[in-house]
Design a binder for this molecule. Structure first.
Ligand code: KG4
Ligand code: ZN
Length: 338
């Protein structure tokens, strides 16, 4: 079976082909990062127009790289939620038209299900499994008993982990995405925890909150007279030492929060055999290494996808679509984004 995956939930137009026997055959992507850079965030209308411009090209490239033609496809899987409505509609309508013209089934896929199963693309992951998803928009922890049988144990009440790093980097004058910059600065500082930022009040539940951490960093910068709270200006852009210390303390704090939550999840679910760390933040080598060590010490297998499958991609959508196709979980042309 050949499944085409289409992903347009935010600022990446992506297409991929997944095959039952051979796994991922292609994964193509156009990132709007350069296009959106000058606006300091994702402008929804710009995102939709760019998807409209690029999605057919990405599908063509995905088919070419997979060395198959449209006629070889057995079904089309597409992200239907969550995401920017205008962007989702471009991908969904493209997928509907293609499925209709080829007379093959259409499969709606939740973007977060895609992330949750992204480590399965390259590994044989044993169940029961715990997945920690951390991206710019989400921080979720799941208990996964099997394909199609999983539940969210906890999620963030406010900002996502990646968003927190993006915002702190922005305070210090860096462009989006801030996560890789925070990692570089923290590495230069040797991952020393200078400021002991708050790890959260109730560490024994599985809810995340990163808004307080972001505020704590902001107040630390203000206390050091590096940030003017009134004008919202970073005033010590030349102080590399301060920037490294802030980034290092922040990353160590995020690491501690993640490990504490994983520890709680494993205590609550001792039957768990494996853990995965996925989403854009899982590109972070330090976090991956630290979480991996923690799992090893606790006797559970640890998985994290290669970076191209951590950030948004269509291979993870095609993978979930493939599972759904095997179970005949198809959608009709009334499929909507909500
Ligand atoms: O999954 P993703 O590509 O898009 C969303 O769905 O949000 O994740 C993007 C997020 C951004 O917040 C970015 O700063 C973060 O992933 N990120 C990182 C690293 N690389 C990307 N965070 C920490 N360390 C990194 N190396
Ligand atoms: Zn995502």
């Amino acid at each position: 079976m050949y499944i085409l995956g289409i992903e347009t939930s935010c600022d990446e137009s992506a297409a991929a082909v997944y095959n039952t026997e051979k796994g991922v055959l292609s994964s193509e992507l156009y990132s709007q990062i350069e296009l959106q850079k000058e606006f300091g965030g994702v402008i929804p209308e710009l995102a939709s127009r760019s998807h409209l411009d690029k999605i057919d090209l990405m599908v063509k490239k995905a088919l070419e790289s997979a060395k198959i033609s449209l006629q070889d496809l057995n079904a089309i899987a597409v992200t239907t939620r969550p995401g920017l409505p205008g962007s989702l509609l471009i991908g969904l309508n493209f997928a509907k038209s293609l499925a209709y013209s080829l007379n093959i089934p259409l499969i709606g896929v939740n973007h977060l299900d895609g992330h949750a199963f992204s480590s399965f693309l390259e590994n044989n992951v044993p169940f029961p499994h715990i997945c920690l998803t951390a991206s710019g928009g989400h921080t979720n922890i799941y208990l996964m008993e099997d394909f199609g049988k999983y539940k969210i144990l906890g999620q963030t009440a406010d900002d996502a982990a990646g968003e927190c790093m993006d915002k702190v980097a922005k305070f210090m004058g860096y462009p989006y995405p801030g996560g890789p910059i925070i990692e570089r600065l923290a590495r230069e500082e040797g991952f020393v925890d200078h400021y002991k930022f708050p790890r959260g009040k109730n560490q024994k539940d599985l809810k995340f909150s990163f808004s307080g951490l972001k505020t704590a960093v902001l107040y630390k910068l203000a206390e050091q007279e590096a940030f003017d709270l009134k004008t919202k200006q970073f005033t010590k852009s030349g102080d590399e030492d301060l920037k490294r210390k802030v980034a290092s303390s922040l990353l160590v704090c995020v690491k501690d929060i993640f490990i504490k939550k994983l520890q709680t999840a494993l205590e609550l679910h001792p039957q768990v055999k494996s853990v995965s760390f996925v989403g854009g933040v899982a590109c972070n080598k330090y976090l991956k290494e630290q979480l991996g060590n923690f799992c090893k010490e606790n006797g559970v297998e640890f998985f994290a996808p290669t970076p191209k499958f951590c950030t948004d991609n269509a291979a993870m959508i095609a993978y979930v679509g493939h599972y759904k196709a095997q179970h005949k979980q198809f959608d009709d042309l009334t499929l909507d984004i909500f």
